[in-house]
Design a protein around this ligand. Structure first.
Ligand code: ZN
Length: 166
C-alpha cells in the first residue's frame, strides 16, 4: 500500500504537479478543471490533499471538511519546501519510485533495453545507462541533460525544508 500523501493541484499549479509526480507523489492535475469538479474529486477520495493558490477555494474546501494546503509562493523551490515541511515529505529524487510527469503513472525501470529499443535515441542505447518506462504514454525516460538541474532544485528544496521561517 502506498502511504505517501496524494494530491490534486489547482489549475495554477501545473509545474508543481509535474514536480510532485517526479518525486513519486500521486498527483492529479487538469489545466481546465472547475472548482466544483475539484471538490467532487476530493469528496470521492478523502485522502487526497488539494494544493491551491486560491484562498477562496482553499476556504471552501476546508469548510467542507476536506484537506487543502494554501500555497503562498510562486517559486517552485519554495513551493516544494513549503509542502515538504508541512507534510514531512521526502523530497529526495529516486527515479525507481518516480511517476510520469505527463500522466502520473508509475514509472517502471527497464530491465531489458531490447523491449523499448525503438523508443531510445540510438546514441543512448550503448553503455550502462538506466531507463524508466511509462506504460500509458509509451515513453522512455533517462537522466538526460536536464538531470543536474532537476537534482539541484530537489536538493535545494529539501535543504530549505529545514528553515524555520518558511
Ligand atoms: Zn506517462
Amino acid at each position: 500500500m502506498d502511504e505517501k500523501p496524494s494530491f490534486i493541484c489547482d489549475s495554477m499549479l501545473g509545474r508543481l504537479s509535474r514536480w510532485l509526480r517526479v518525486l513519486g507523489y500521486d498527483t492529479l492535475y487538469q489545466r481546465d478543471i472547475e472548482d466544483e469538479e475539484i471538490i467532487n474529486l476530493l469528496a470521492d477520495c478523502k485522502i487526497r490533499i488539494l494544493l491551491t493558490r486560491d484562498r477562496q477555494l482553499y476556504t471552501r474546501v476546508v469548510e467542507a471538511g476536506l484537506k487543502s494546503i494554501l500555497i503562498p509562493y510562486e517559486n517552485i523551490i519554495r513551493q516544494l519546501a513549503y509542502i515538504g515541511k508541512k507534510l514531512n515529505l521526502n523530497l529526495k529524487l529516486d527515479p525507481d519510485n518516480s511517476r510520469c510527469s505527463v500522466c502520473n503513472s508509475r514509472l517502471v525501470k527497464v530491465s531489458n533495453i531490447d523491449s523499448v529499443r525503438a523508443l531510445i535515441p540510438p546514441l543512448l542505447r550503448r553503455g550502462n545507462r538506466n531507463f524508466w518506462y511509462c506504460h500509458k504514454c509509451n515513453k522512455v525516460f533517462w537522466k538526460g541533460r536536464m538531470w543536474p538541474n532537476i537534482s539541484r532544485i530537489a536538493s535545494t528544496a529539501s535543504k530549505n525544508m529545514r528553515k524555520r521561517n518558511l
